[in-house]
Design a protein around this ligand. Structure first.
Ligand SMILES: [Zn+2]
Length: 145
């Protein structure tokens, strides 16, 4: 296992949980460690998706809540869930060619095998995404040890 890794790859999968309150940089570092055993492309795709979900929660949903991540070995897949405080479902918009922003969810949509959101009991919602080696032509991740 890679040094500094918190991934459970090869073990029965379980959710890794990051409580809210840290910086975006800290969350990215946590994700990098969580998926550090995966191949470079898969690892990067997960980091990009999580960054967009966190940014989206910050910009449109009153801040990011708890972040959960689960690494599955067979098929090689990463499930991401992020709670926020807005009940509004994220909207996939077609950004104008000249627009600098507004492409975040487009990227999530393209990198994910599936994604969506569901209402959360009490308040807000959970946005989720599945990033899988099965749906991409990137270099497959090595077999779990
Ligand atoms: Zn993979």
């Amino acid at each position: 296992m890679t040094q500094g890794s918190i991934s459970t790859r090869g073990a029965p999968s379980r959710w890794l949980v990051l409580e809210p309150g840290g910086s975006l940089g800290q969350a990215r570092e946590w994700v990098r460690k969580a998926v550090g055993d995966l191949g470079a492309d898969h690892c990067l795709a997960v980091q990009l998706v999580v960054t967009e979900l966190l940014t989206n929660a910050h910009d449109h949903a009153g801040g990011a809540g708890t972040l959960r991540l689960r690494v599955e070995a067979d098929p090689c897949s990463v499930y991401v869930e992020l709670d926020d405080r807005s009940a509004d479902a994220p909207i996939l918009r077609q950004a104008k060619p000249e627009a600098l922003r507004g492409r975040g969810l487009m990227m999530v949509d393209q990198l994910s095998a599936a994604w969506g959101s569901r209402p959360r009991a009490g308040m807000g919602k959970t946005v989720w995404a599945q990033i899988s080696c099965e749906t991409y032509e990137w270099e497959p991740c090595a077999e779990a040890a």
